[in-house]
Write a protein that binds this ligand. Structure first.
Ligand code: PEP
Length: 250
């Protein structure tokens, strides 16, 4: 049985101009070439080709992906981006079920599950985001909420799909707020997610990487990554500048 891999994934959301994207890679490339881990960046869809081109200067150290994709194949879905198109353009992965997609764009577990299936069918690596709101945590619902999101998000996947899946636990109250979960709080939920995977006979319960996301910064990442069930980080704000992104990786 192999160990979960460690990933540092940057979610740029709807940020970074063309000039900022160019400057990010110019500053990152000399440093990241010496890093041996997996580093991934998800820019806006329209900047994926630019990021792929610029990432060549990292000697393949940075892989590029999307922040979302459609749940369906090509068709009359104005404004959507197909998983197949992401794959064809050279994206390696896609982030699905981010709390902003759930809260602002009304995505539910069923939609997210369809997106997981479509992405995996098109050979994209899929990162399933889960996490509770502040009200849910304060109402002692964290485990129920996370369990439902994990089970429904992964429902009906084939055993062979699991080599291309990671889960990101992102407590909503910690995203973009500067309020990071303590390593103990995060580890408790990560261990619970792994237990849920085991109990539901997930074929990759022990190997699947579970990333933490929510105000991760170079000065708190180490404590989080020391926890046995935290296998990387999904990072928003601190992934926008090359020095802090490299600081996380280092
Ligand atoms: C995110 O958007 O997934 C995220 C974790 O953001 P931040 O690191 O800014 O909290």
């Amino acid at each position: 049985m192999s160990q979960p891999k460690t990933y540092i994934v940057g979610n740029w959301k709807m940020n970074q101009s063309i000039a900022e994207t160019e400057s990010f890679f110019k500053n990152l490339s000399p440093e990241i070439k010496h890093y041996s881990g997996e580093t991934w960046i998800a820019p806006q869809f329209i900047h994926i080709p630019l990021a792929l081109e610029l990432a060549k200067s990292t000697d393949g150290k940075v892989k590029i992906g999307g922040q979302n994709c459609a749940a369906t194949d090509f068709g009359a879905f104005t404004g959507e981006v197909a998983a197949q198109s992401l794959k064809e353009i050279g994206a390696h992965f896609v982030i699905l079920g981010h709390s902003e997609r759930r809260a602002i764009f009304g995505e539910n577990d069923q939609t997210i599950n369809h997106k997981m299936k479509k992405s995996l069918e098109k050979n994209l690596f899929a990162i399933l985001c889960v996490g509770e709101s502040l009200a849910e945590r304060e109402g002692n619902k964290t485990f129920d909420v996370v369990k439902k999101q994990v089970i429904e998000g992964l429902s009906g996947l084939a055993a062979s799909d699991y080599k291309n899946i990671a889960i990101a636990y992102e407590p909503v109250w910690a995203i973009g707020t500067g309020k990071v979960a303590t390593p103990e709080q995060a580890q408790e939920v990560h261990a619970f997610i792994r237990k849920t995977l085991t109990e539901t006979s997930c074929p990759a319960a022990q190997e699947l990487s579970i990333l933490y996301g929510g105000s991760v910064k170079p000065d708190n990442v180490e404590g989080l990554l020391k926890c046995p069930d935290i296998n990387g980080a999904l990072v928003g704000g601190a992934s926008l500048k090359a020095d802090s992104f490299y600081g996380l990786c280092r």
